[in-house]
Design a protein around this ligand. Structure first.
Ligand code: MG
Length: 272
């Protein structure tokens, strides 16, 4: 009996390992056979993030990430040093992709429930970096956000025009085109990056957007003021912003926000 339960416990552990990303381990101390019954109950408590789960510098990385995504943690400059491995595992493993899928599934369900005017005035605002295109190839070699932002090296990466698509966002993008909602890009990239940005979007399979707005050089305001002002221009021109998606809270805060906003996960950097 004890052996059977031990075997069952091992199978559960193996299933959990297979079903979860590599960022998790199952920390089971195999009990002596007499203690098997006691060992079954605490299984769930034995799951813990493999990396960065310690509280060096007082930070538990999974709690920190939740705080970031919920906009409780603000104005941060870098990922806590002890969380570089945690964020790396999150971004590269299944967890990030699963989280993105939930966001886009919700967005598509919302679109399916819309009563559209069908007059060509419905638009959806997309951010670009970490929303439409991924800069993970850059961040994977720069500490996943744990190192201070380096504008020179990041700009050099952007100018390669090689950022890969975030496939869930692309799924939403083409859903919108199908139902007659026009995609609009509003990005914090500056105007001098228009050509490379257009080329990058096209190389990753995007076409058919209504407009692409880049930030004017020398603009000193916040991302919230820039992006909300651009959305206001859309509304003033008679467009209805039925949706707005970004990876930063500064993409989706500030009136007019759009009828509904969606926030993609991004634990690597913060833009005010
Ligand atoms: Mg972004």
């Amino acid at each position: 009996m004890a052996m059977a339960r031990t075997t069952a416990l091992l199978l559960v552990a193996a299933a959990l390992l297979a079903a979860s990303s590599s960022a998790w381990e199952v920390n089971i101390q195999m009990p002596a056979s007499a203690a098997v019954d006691d060992a079954v109950a605490p299984l769930i408590h034995a799951l813990r993030p493999l990396l960065g789960s310690g509280k060096q510098a007082g930070v538990a990385c999974d709690s920190w990430r939740l705080g970031v995504e919920a906009y409780n943690v603000r104005d941060w400059k870098t990922v806590p040093a002890n969380c570089e491995g945690y964020v790396g595992h999150y971004m590269l493993g299944n967890h990030f992709r699963r989280d993105c899928k939930v966001v886009i599934d919700q967005a598509i369900a919302y679109v399916d429930g819309l009563k559209l005017a069908g007059n060509g005035k419905d638009v959806w605002v997309f951010d670009i970096d970490e929303t439409t295109l991924s800069n993970l190839p850059y961040y994977a070699t720069h500490g996943f956000g744990a190192r201070p932002y380096n504008a020179t090296s990041f700009d050099a990466y952007v100018m390669e025009g090689s950022a890969p698509v975030l496939p869930e966002t692309k799924r939403l993008y083409y859903k919108l085109l199908k139902v007659g909602i026009k995609p609009v890009f509003i990005t914090g990239r500056t105007e001098d990056k228009r050509a490379v940005t257009v080329g990058n979007l096209r190389s990753q399979g995007f076409s058919g957007w209504m407009s692409l707005t880049l930030k004017q050089h020398g603009f000193k305001g916040s991302a919230i003021s820039y992006k909300s002002a651009e959305r206001k221009k859309l509304e003033d021109a008679g467009y209805v912003i039925v949706g707005n998606i970004g990876d930063q809270w500064s993409d989706i805060l500030g009136a007019p926000e759009g009828a509904r906003t969606f926030s993609r996960p991004d634990p690597m950097y913060y833009i005010a």
